[in-house]
Ligand binder design. Structure first.
Ligand SMILES: *Cc1c(COP(=O)(O)O)cnc(C)c1O
Length: 232
């Protein structure tokens, strides 16, 4: 099978899973957006995905994202940065990212705002929420009690737009109760900032649970692109 047929088949299957989960949750059709996570895969795959109707892609490493966004600049895609952001790279990420999903501390907000100003456009930011047991670092993100301060800092800038929240399900725990906790945090953020409606949650293995608990965006990599080389 050629790569295009493989990606087309996988993408159709993922879109069906999302549609079925939306229906099962009693939510309106089309209320969940798909971000395809293309990390580790080449720009040629991004190009095929764009031809297949994908509009939003996710990357988690700055250098790789920068190069792919350059290769694919003609495609009009919306790039989501979903990896941990180093303070000294924050401004650089805004050169290509339309959305930075992984803002987990107030310290990143100033550099991101300056980067967005330099890029000459608004950049959407999500607050990454930790769903790990308190006191562990696990999969990153701000502790739930620290989320409001990060959200307020983003909202107070001129060039950043607070979009909502993002999270990765914790390891070693079923995803559903974790996504339920995320929804509580998301509702608190929405109470303070009514336009911040995005909940980015759910990946290849747990998108159904995320949709059940209100995800507006799912980030799917391996179910579309195949398995990645193991992370070193
Ligand atoms: C890699 C990654 C994904 C996609 O994971 P899959 O299991 O391949 O679907 C989603 N979110 C984040 C933050 C990631 O790093």
């Amino acid at each position: 099978m050629n790569r295009r047929d493989e990606l087309a088949g996988n993408l159709a299957a993922v879109r069906e899973r999302i549609a079925a989960a939306v229906l099962a949750a009693g939510r309106p059709a089309g209320s969940v957006e798909l971000v395809v996570v293309t990390k580790f895969f080449p720009s040629s795959d991004v190009r095929i995905l764009a031809e297949l109707g994908v509009r939003q892609v996710g990357e988690n490493r700055h250098q790789e994202a920068l190069e792919k966004a350059r290769d694919c600049a003609d495609l009009g895609l919306r790039w989501h940065f979903i990896g941990s952001v180093q303070s000294n790279k924050a401004a650089a990420v805004t050169a290509y990212a339309g959305v930075v999903e992984s803002v987990d501390r107030v310290k990143l907000v100033g550099p991101l705002d300056r980067g967005a100003e330099q890029a000459g456009r608004q950049v959407e930011c999500l607050v990454q929420v930790s769903l790990d047991p308190a006191g562990t670092t696990g999969r990153g993100g701000a502790a739930p009690g620290a989320v409001a301060a990060v959200a307020d800092a983003i909202d107070a800038t001129e060039h950043l737009v607070l979009g909502g929240v993002m999270a990765v399900a914790p390891l070693g725990e079923p995803p559903a109760p974790a996504f339920e906790r995320l929804l509580v945090v998301a509702d608190q953020v929405r109470r303070d900032h009514p336009a911040a409606t995005a909940i980015s949650a759910g990946m290849s293995g747990d998108l159904e649970e995320a949709v059940k608990y209100g995800a507006t965006h799912v980030r799917v990599g391996s179910s579309v692109l195949g398995s990645r080389p193991p992370v070193q």
